[in-house]
Design a protein around this ligand. Structure first.
Ligand SMILES: Cc1cc2nc3c(=O)[nH]c(=O)nc-3n(C[C@H](O)[C@H](O)[C@H](O)COP(=O)(O)OP(=O)(O)OC[C@H]3O[C@@H](n4cnc5c(N)ncnc54)[C@H](O)[C@@H]3O)c2cc1C
Length: 578
């Protein structure tokens, strides 16, 4: 079936919904989502959204921008961070006006709490900058934006899985999607397409990300020749539930929770004496591993099962139940403990992709190192890289990225679609996808994807986790290439058309394999340690050679890597001390 919309948004998380809301003011807009919008992963965001409102203590957008840049280990484009911090205030007030039920202070202002790496006066001490709705902030954002989209008559295609993009030269003309309930292939012609497909934490064994976070947008575009930026930087959040990866929000530490080792020591005093438990995530995650390696984990044996404790018992039941109700529930459900009575066993968990589809400040996708742009192709949210998080994202800066840059991208795509004609799409524009799916349903393809997925996830976890080294990564890259080749033998065991989740998982596996391969190559290539990319064989940051963004693309059976300069227009890089 063929559809025609002036603007097509792929993804119904915070970024996609905000973009659709803006685009729909100007042109006929459709949102395609493989999940029901309310199930998008934005709904899992717990801790809050940052904005220097200064409701409880003095704050300044300039401090917010500085923290974002220092937190990103100076790989952040400074114009992106300045714009984010400045516009965050308008964005949060806008969400409030649209009906988002933020927690309130006694005077009725939006309440704010502390979060990792957010400071007053350029690093003096932690500041209250995170606006929150209990520990359900993302859920509230989704509800608010979805209702607004319905009001604005955005068309929704729920449970449509986008498998390919139609790109003619440097111009995007539409997408091809599978309708999950029927298995039918649909061609969507569009003047402008925006990808907002979220993260890809599922390439790791232990992750806070949902099963659907398989990086479909970046993988689809990479196969169509679009370069991906800074893929070597993947964030591990310090506090996932031990062994499961389910997230315990930084909001627990923001409310006063403390990380302790087996001796009961507040070990962050050793690593970041000023910000303590509220240092940026890359540093806290490495500190946890250092404690475990030194035999001070809870088990004391330094094994992969070892962990540390997040102590919130001193906060009291009232604070926990009113400000962190979902966390309390997670602890009861998954651990059988009450965080008001017992400390939570935690370990770092794969959490957030700093890299992705490269864009300018208006969400337009970059085609190369020189800054040339695609026409009619946009990206926003976690799948995009507007270079605002650099080498390490600060907590609460993703939700604000969604609404600031999602909005800008939506405005920009709406204008573009208004001013331009449809690009002609070949009649058989969906032929490749039909062939691909028929191939996966062919009974000659005997291999099931499970074994490949499991091995990919364990290779990524062990060799591209918190610490990395060249020798291990070299072997791992070769193994990932073999796993990618193995995909050619993978076929669906179930061959029905309706809700064939077996087929969906295989399509997603190809995306994860492609992104793992690119991430691995990019990590092996960067010979320094910066932010979340920490190499044992190159332990120092090397600004002379590596203060630059990487752009990686497929070339034959391998990759090619180019570079783009970092915008350091305001603050010169300094050593990162907290
Ligand atoms: C547990 C957890 C807690 C977090 N807490 C916070 C927090 O407190 N503050 C903060 O700032 N950040 C937080 N983050 C990060 C933040 O929530 C995410 O980065 C952000 O929500 C991603 O939003 P998005 O719009 O880019 O994508 P998502 O919300 O993940 O939405 C992706 C959308 O794309 C659709 N999609 C994907 N692939 C396809 C396809 N092939 N075809 C069609 N549709 C597709 C999906 O259906 C979905 O609608 C948290 C993350 C996690 C995992």
């Amino acid at each position: 079936m063929v559809h025609e919309y002036e603007a097509v948004v792929v993804g119904a998380g915070g970024a996609g919904l905000y973009a659709a809301l803006e685009a729909s003011k100007k042109v006929k807009t459709a949102v395609l989502s493989k999940l029901y919008p309310m199930r998008s992963h934005t709904g899992a965001a717990q801790g809050g959204i940052s904005a220097a409102l200064g409701n409880l203590e003095e704050d300044d957008p300039d401090w917010h921008a500085f923290d974002t840049i220092k937190g990103g280990d100076y790989l952040t484009d400074q114009s992106s961070a300045l714009l984010l911090a400045e516009d965050a205030i308008r964005a949060v007030v806008d969400l409030e006006n649209r009906g988002l039920p933020f927690n309130r202070t006694a005077e009725g202002k939006i309440d704010q709490r502390r979060f990792g790496g957010h400071t007053r006066n350029y690093g003096e001490e932690a500041v209250r900058r995170s606006c929150y709705a209990a520990d359900r902030t993302g859920h509230m954002i989704l509800q608010t934006l979805y209702q607004q989209c319905i009001k604005s008559e955005v068309s929704f295609f729920d449970e449509y899985h986008v498998v390919d993009a139609i790109i003619e030269g440097r111009r995007c003309a539409g997408v091809v999607a599978v309708e999950l309930s029927t298995g039918e292939v649909h061609l969507f012609k569009a003047k402008a397409v925006l990808f907002a497909t979220g993260g890809f934490g599922r390439m790791f064994q232990v992750t806070s990300n949902a099963y659907a976070n398989t990086g479909d947008g970046p993988a689809v575009l990479a196969r169509r020749g679009v370069p991906l930026e800074d893929m070597e930087f993947f964030q591990f959040h310090p506090t996932g539930i031990r062994g499961m990866g389910i997230l315990i929000t930084e909001g627990v530490r923001g409310e006063g929770g403390i990380l302790r080792n087996r001796k009961g020591e507040r070990f962050m005093e050793r690593y970041t004496p000023t910000l303590l438990d509220l240092a940026p995530r890359d540093i806290v995650a490495r500190s946890i591993i250092s404690e475990i390696r030194a035999g001070r984990g809870a088990l004391g044996d330094g094994s992969v099962d070892d962990y540390v404790l997040l102590d919130a018992t001193h906060l009291g039941k009232d604070v926990i139940e009113s400000k962190l109700p979902d966390i309390a529930e997670f602890c009861r459900t998954y651990l059988g403990i009450d965080p008001a009575d017992r400390a939570i066993p935690v370990m770092p968990t794969a959490h957030y992709a700093m890299g992705g589809i490269p864009t300018d400040l208006d969400g337009r996708v970059l085609a190369d190192e020189r800054g040339n742009l695609y026409e009619g192709l946009y990206a926003a949210g976690e799948c995009a890289c507007v270079s605002v998080h650099g080498a390490n994202r600060l907590g609460t800066n993703s939700l604000v990225d969604l609404v600031v840059y999602g909005r800008r991208a939506g405005i920009s795509m709406g204008t573009y679609a208004q001013d331009n004609l449809f690009t002609p799409v070949p009649k058989d524009g969906d032929a490749e996808v039909r062939l691909f799916i028929e191939g996966l349903m062919n009974e000659k393809r005997k291999l099931h994807g499970d074994s490949i997925r499991r091995e990919m996830q364990s290779v990524m976890m062990e060799k591209f986790g918190i610490y990395r080294n060249g020798t291990d990564m070299q072997h791992a890259v070769a193994r990932l290439a073999e796993l990618r080749n193995g995909f050619n033998e993978v076929g669906a065991r179930f061959r029905g058309r309706r809700f064939n989740t077996d087929l969906t998982e295989i399509i997603e596996l190809r995306n994860l394999l492609d992104l793992s391969f690119l991430t691995a190559h990019a990590a092996l290539n960067r010979q320094e340690s910066r932010g979340a990319h920490s190499r044992e064989d190159f332990p120092d940051r090397d600004d002379k050679n590596w203060l630059k963004h990487s752009l990686i693309r497929f070339e034959g059976s391998g990759v090619s890597i180019g570079y783009r300069p970092v915008d350091i227009s305001k603050w010169q890089p300094k050593p990162r001390k907290y």
